[in-house]
Design a binder for this molecule. Structure first.
Ligand code: NAD
Length: 483
């Protein structure tokens, strides 16, 4: 099935940090894919801005190499790359200096959309915002895009928000969480709000519990000291898992419009109960291989930073009273796997007797691998005498169902195009981010003040034993993590 591509209006997109890792791996390849899919007009321009001493030609070479490395060969016809590179420019700029700003101001056009991607450390946001205004680069219609980490606690997030709001209106600020750009995550909203089948069941009467899992096989290799200041709670839960939780638990917004959706997400965060220490399990990975433990990768050998966390949450409102939400995320785990699983209650009365076993319907929204959805339905086991039951998946793999026409954008592409379209629905609002930190801070302060050491777990495992116990003690079990 070939999807219809609607080109976005012409734009000038400036990437501050245009020579960085994120620009190379995600932003530039994503823009190229949108270009070859016809979404980017040939009058649009991408302007890299960083400290390196490049000119247009050198930066085009840099971009060409990034495309070679990060875009599949089949998508990368020479002619198309050459056409795309014509739309690439470069300005040497120091966020904290004076050089280059007037050149940038001169280069930018008045009659196209202007967007500035702050793909640099957050400590530079203030300097960039100030200079954009001082050099008349930023008008009331321009947009800025900022990346995680958005603060490391409530105080720093507030400070960062204030820095941005000193120069830009909230309607101009696009805080990216690339999880929200994933097709399946948006499909969670489509499934809930465009079908009559699910929403009537989407509550404490029919749902037993929810599991949200995001696991990785990679460790902190090479960036241990950076990670040691953050940990799984700050790096994954406060943003990505919290956003997935919000979309799963929120009330139906009156319309699919930025503030209507974000208001509902915010209500979920505000309805979260504080968590008891017993309902949190933190872990650090250990390995048989020499030098491969979490503690080998960080300078502080007594670090109590977690590379794994599992927790039980309660959304304290009418819809979810008594329904636990279990979240877990970790590094160096058995498999790279992300999903939201809605586990429904058993049928209220078992007419098939004990031999039929216990069965629960499960709706799984798979983010990774193989984006799609599964619905586990209980049927009769074929060929068996009597009524034995079996759970089978009604599998909807998007790649299979929708065909791989190459047009489906990845999360970054989709979100950058939303920035150009001026659609903030899939971006976090400042108050959402602050509410998430307000909920997170006391938990982190709790284990820091108790100097609580994380449990250990083996590299390649499903996490510490205690995380399994978190569910076992309530007669539940985590779903398997599959590659
Ligand atoms: P990086 O260190 O690879 O690149 C930083 C870029 O900023 C370089 O282009 C550098 O030239 C530029 N820069 C540094 N100081 C500058 C200055 N004073 N003036 C102008 N330019 C300057 O970093 P990255 O991995 O590309 O990350 C960029 C931002 O995105 C960071 O805030 C990071 O936390 C965030 N982020 C990165 C990733 C990722 O996958 N790399 C993922 C999520 C968020």
């Amino acid at each position: 099935m070939v999807s219809r591509v609607i080109p976005v209006d012409p734009f000038d997109l400036v990437i501050f940090g245009g020579t960085g890792d994120l620009a190379r791996r995600k932003i530039l390849p994503g823009l190229f894919r949108r270009f070859i899919n016809g979404q980017m007009e040939d009058t649009s321009r991408i302007i890299g801005a960083a400290r390196s001493d490049y000119d247009d030609a050198a930066y085009r070479k840099f971009v060409g190499e990034a495309l070679k490395e990060f875009v599949d060969g089949g998508d990368r016809e020479k002619k198309q790359v050459a056409e795309f590179l014509k739309q690439i420019h470069y300005i040497q700029i120091d966020a904290t200096g004076t050089g280059g700003w007037d050149d940038l101001s001169e280069l930018l056009r008045d009659d196209v959309i202007r967007a500035f991607y702050f793909s640099v450390a957050p400590s530079l946001f203030g300097a960039l915002a100030e200079r954009l205004h001082a050099h008349s680069c930023a008008g009331p219609k321009c947009r800025i895009v900022v990346e995680k980490p958005f603060g490391r606690d409530l105080a720093t997030a507030k400070e960062l928000n204030q820095t941005l709001r000193d120069h830009f209106d909230e309607s101009q600020i696009y805080r990216i969480d690339h999880y929200l750009g994933k097709e399946t995550v948006q499909n969670l909203m489509a499934v809930r709000f465009a079908n009559v089948l699910f929403e009537p069941l989407w509550n404490a009467q029919f749902i037993d519990h929810v599991q949200i899992t995001v696991t990785e096989t990679v460790g902190v290799d090479g960036r241990g000291d950076y990670y040691d200041k953050s940990g799984a709670m700050r790096d994954m839960v406060q943003n990505h898992l919290m956003q997935l939780l919000c979309l799963t638990a929120m009330e139906p917004p009156a319309r699919f419009a930025p503030d209507a959706v974000r208001d509902e997400k915010l209500k979920v965060i505000r309805a979260l109960d504080p968590i008891e220490p017993d309902d949190i399990v933190r872990g650090q990975y250990v390995s048989d291989k020499k030098g491969d433990d979490f503690l080998d990768q960080v300078e502080d050998k007594d670090s109590i930073t977690e590379s794994f966390i599992a927790m039980k949450l309660a959304v304290s409102n009418w819809r979810w009273a008594g329904v636990p939400f279990y979240l877990r995320t970790g590094k160096k785990m058995k498999a790279r796997h992300s999903e939201i699983a809605i586990i429904f209650k058993e049928a209220p009365h078992a007419i098939f007797g004990q031999a039929a076993g216990r069965h629960q319907n499960i709706l799984v929204i798979r983010l990774q691998p193989n984006e799609g959805m599964d619905m586990l339905v209980t049927i009769k086991e074929p060929g068996q005498g009597g009524m034995r039951l079996l759970d089978v998946p009604l599998d909807m793999s998007f790649a299979e169902a929708l065909g791989e026409d190459g047009n489906a954008p990845d999360a970054y592409e989709r979100l950058i195009m939303d920035v150009i379209r001026g659609d903030q629905t899939l971006f976090m609002r400042g108050d959402e981010v602050e509410a998430a930190w307000a909920w997170t801070d006391p938990l982190i302060e709790g284990w820091m003040s108790r100097e609580e050491k994380p449990k250990t777990y083996e590299v390649g495992s499903t996490g510490p034993e205690e995380a399994a116990m978190l569910l076992h003690r309530e007669g539940r079990r985590w779903r398997d993590i599959k590659p």
